[in-house]
Design a protein around this ligand. Structure first.
Ligand code: ATP
Ligand code: MG
Length: 327
């Protein structure tokens, strides 16, 4: 529990019905985020990070079946919301920066139109002058130079970093309480990436919003997260404070992820340590612990029965070894 909890998700399950069978993309995920807090959701490609966030803002195709015991956003149970209610909630309370900045800005419209739409959606009847004033203010806030001029630009006329600032401006325009940032800096070079992370941090301080940061990059995590949840094959396998996770990972998967951070890991034979094997196919998860087939420390029981979740203080881990042997 947090002093003021803005997001609580309990046992979220998002399954896709496909011709090949049921894809259990998210399979029993629980977490919560306090006011002003950043929780990083990390894990390899395909483990269900994006589907988790799309489930929260209810932007999934019809083939998706979303269930949960509870989804509380800013004190409101949002699970049973109609599409209409979900739309109202989106933006105002919870907003998202998407994984691909190029595709989430519409290339055929100028920035003023795209930003203006957000203001008009949340405040129908707002005057043209007011829209312009607020658009300039928000661009200024996200560090876009010459905002009045930039309003007249098309997305392709902006650099990658500026485009991402505009994207952040669009998601923050309705003043959301929770921001989901899905790989917000992956497409950017390292210097710009650091600037964008700094921007998110300062906006968070300023606006007190909570951030769910989705990334596979532990470097990004270390710069901005307060807490870290590690996701593997549709489940959160470990969660704890940033320092705890980095200094003393309990789950072998977390440990191996941290060892694979470039620059941190001592290379063996000049090679980067990476985790052997591949993420299991979500159509056919292995029985028992889903990481067991790749886990160097797996016991017999690991491939037979899913490990129970152990909670100690504000940390939790699902592993028979609690990572202890993995040191
Ligand atoms: N519409 C869909 N229909 C069927 N399967 C889907 C659909 N969308 C996602 N999936 C599957 O769900 C799983 C989780 O995907 P998701 O996009 O959440 O992964 P991710 O952790 O965000 O990966 P990345 O780091 O590459 O962005 C994947 O196996 C993916 O193929
Ligand atoms: Mg993703």
């Amino acid at each position: 529990m947090h002093d003021e909890e803005l997001l609580r998700v309990e046992n979220l399950r998002t399954y896709f019905n496909t011709p090949e069978g049921v894809v259990k993309a998210v399979d029993g995920v629980s977490f919560s985020i306090g006011k002003g807090e950043t929780l990083a959701l990390v894990g390899e490609s395909g483990c269900g990070k994006t589907v988790t966030s799309l489930s929260l803002i209810r932007l999934l195709p019809n083939s998706a079946q979303v269930e949960a015991d509870r989804v509380m956003i800013d004190g409101k149970e949002s699970l049973g919301f109609s599409a209409e209610q979900a739309r109202a909630l989106r933006g105002k309370t919870i907003s998202m920066i998407f994984q691909e900045p190029m595709t989430s800005l519409n290339p055929v419209y100028r920035i003023d139109k795209q930003l203006g739409e957000v203001f008009r959606l949340h405040e129908p009847g707002i005057s043209k002058a007011e829209v312009r004033e607020r658009s300039i203010a928000i661009l200024k806030k996200v560090g876009v130079p010459n905002p009045a001029e930039r309003l007249r630009s098309y997305p392709h006329e902006l650099s990658g970093g500026l485009r991402q600032r505009v994207m952040i401006g669009i998601s923050l325009a309705p003043n959301p309480k929770v921001l989901i940032a899905d790989e917000p800096t992956t497409a950017l070079d390292v210097t710009i990436q650091a600037q964008i992370l700094e921007l998110l941090k300062s906006l968070q301080k300023d606006m007190g919003m909570s951030i769910l940061l989705i990334t596979h990059d532990f470097g990004v995590v270390s710069q901005i997260a307060h807490r870290v949840a590690v996701m593997y094959a549709g489940k959160i396998v470990e969660e704890g404070k940033l320092e705890e996770i980095f200094e003393d990972p309990w789950h072998p998967y977390t440990k191996l992820l941290i060892l694979s951070i470039p620059g941190i890991k001592v290379t063996r034979g000049g090679r980067l340590e990476s985790i052997a094997g591949a993420v299991p196919n979500p159509l056919r998860f292995p029985e028992g612990c889903r990481f067991a087939p790749r886990c160097p420390y797996a016991l017999d029981i690991c491939s037979k029965e899913p490990p129970p979740e152990t909670v100690i203080g504000d940390r939790r881990v699902s592993c028979y070894l609690k990572g202890g042997e993995a040191k």
